[in-house]
Design a protein around this ligand. Structure first.
Ligand SMILES: C[S@@+](CC[C@H](N)C(=O)[O-])C[C@H]1O[C@@H](n2cnc3c(N)ncnc32)[C@H](O)[C@@H]1O
Length: 325
């Protein structure tokens, strides 16, 4: 059953008369709050604050007395959420940092143990639509793609300094693009490159015109973003820390948007919910591994047709949840 407060939150952003179309529309909002089993007076961490949509819903559902620690690598997301969560100033602590430091951040702020931790991975619509961030080929912008301005490596650094075969490997591994070799050859031939349009044009030259709804450069852009932000390195480290931070019956909820992320989440939850993890051939257990969590949903939760229609960017979302035992 959806709480009226949550209904109001979702509908005012998506369709209602008080619509705020410039905000990122939170994906699987009700499902995430439900999977977190949010309770009054609980203590929650939102590791990917973005525009603060999930955070606001968590604060509403945990009132009175709920507390939220929100993290985002992007200072603009922190500033935006600070305004949006101003009604909960006393209850919300917002930290501009990478979630790979979540354990340290919570410990430093005496925010342990916690009742729930949320990861809503990837980037927000605000970042995707920003004309100066380089995440999208819809605008001609500098090849940046960093979540945080303090990060050193940009997409331009990778595009212009990796060898052709390193670029091909990266596009294959992080973009799962079977045309990676041809794309890398075109990129190498067109260097130096400064802008998203130059990159998208090189990919189009390599692959030909689009045959379906997806632009051929989508996978190359995804691969570069993952590499720039070390997303597949940071995620497993942060998930392990998150499990450490959960109190008894505390919930971990992760929303991912592509198969590479979802595979990492699924494998960590599977491993941490298993007792013995010795190879099947082992006669006696030597691993000493004990289950730390139980799975809340065996299969990933997907957005409803209604949600996908209202917000096509939710299409690929997969939510997985686990409870600390
Ligand atoms: C999909 S958006 C979250 C949207 C948010 N749930 C909402 O309702 O508005 C993902 C956010 O996570 C942030 N992010 C991604 N990876 C991060 C990381 N490793 N550390 C901190 N923030 C990260 C991005 O900057 C972005 O703002």
């Amino acid at each position: 059953m959806r709480s009226p407060a949550l209904m109001d939150n979702l509908e005012s952003e998506a369709t209602g008369p008080r619509a705020l179309p410039h905000f990122h529309i939170p994906v699987l909002l009700h499902e995430a709050v439900e999977a977190l089993a949010v309770q009054s007076g609980g203590r929650y961490v939102d590791c990917t604050l973005g525009s603060g949509g999930h955070a606001l819903a968590i604060l509403e559902a945990s009132a009175p007395g709920g507390q939220l620690l929100g993290i985002d690598a992007d200072p603009r997301a922190i500033a935006e959420s600070r305004g949006r969560l101003s009604g909960y100033r006393k209850d919300a602590l917002l930290v501009n940092d990478n979630f790979v430091n979540v354990k340290d951040i919570c410990t430093r702020n005496n925010f342990v143990p916690v009742n729930g931790i949320l990861f809503d991975l990837g980037l927000s619509s605000r970042q995707l639509d920003a004309e100066d961030r380089g995440f999208s080929f819809q605008h001609d912008s500098p090849l940046d793609m960093r979540f945080g301005p303090d990060q050193e490596l940009t997409a331009a650094d990778i595009v212009n300094s990796y060898s052709e075969s390193e670029l091909a490997d990266l596009i294959y591994k992080f973009g799962e693009d079977p045309n990676s070799r041809r794309i890398a050859r075109e990129i190498a031939a067109g260097r130096p490159m400064k802008t998203t349009l130059e990159l998208a044009t090189a990919v189009l030259r390599a692959t030909g015109r689009r045959r379906d709804k997806t632009h051929p450069a989508t996978r190359t852009f995804q691969a570069l973003r993952i590499a720039v932000n070390q997303e597949l390195r940071n995620l497993p480290l942060a998930l392990q820390q998150a499990i450490d931070l959960l109190g008894f019956h505390g919930r971990l909820v992760v929303i991912s948007y592509h198969s590479l992320e979802d595979r990492i989440v699924k494998n960590i939850l599977k491993q941490e919910s298993a007792g013995c993890i010795c190879p099947p051939a082992a006669i006696t257990c030597v691993c000493g591994h004990a289950a730390r969590i139980r799975l809340v949903n065996r299969k990933a939760t997907k957005p409803s047709q209604e949600e996908v229609l209202a917000n096509p960017r939710s299409r690929s979302a997969r939510l997985r949840a686990a409870e600390r035992t």
